[in-house]
Design a protein around this ligand. Structure first.
Ligand SMILES: [Zn+2]
Length: 73
């Protein structure tokens, strides 16, 4: 069941099932473990970053990879 939470970027209300924030466009605005995953990413360990996001959020591989790939921009 979808719940409401606050976007981690703009703090606007967003459904837990939203794939992007309707207010600011942040992908997966309620994602857990982003800081930890970005730590792995910036250390050059993309695989660990993807694994971290998957474990904490139950994402499938493609979604987790898309998020991590978006950090390369
Ligand atoms: Zn937002």
């Amino acid at each position: 069941m979808a719940t409401l939470g606050s976007c981690r970027t703009c703090k606007g209300q967003v459904s837990s099932e939203a794939k992007s924030c309707p207010h600011c466009g942040q992908p997966f605005p309620l994602l857990n473990g982003v800081d930890e995953a970005q730590g792995y990413f910036h250390a050059g360990n993309k695989i660990a970053a993807i694994k971290c996001l998957r474990e904490k959020n139950g994402l499938d591989l493609k979604d987790a990879k898309d998020i991590v790939d978006s950090w390369e921009k």
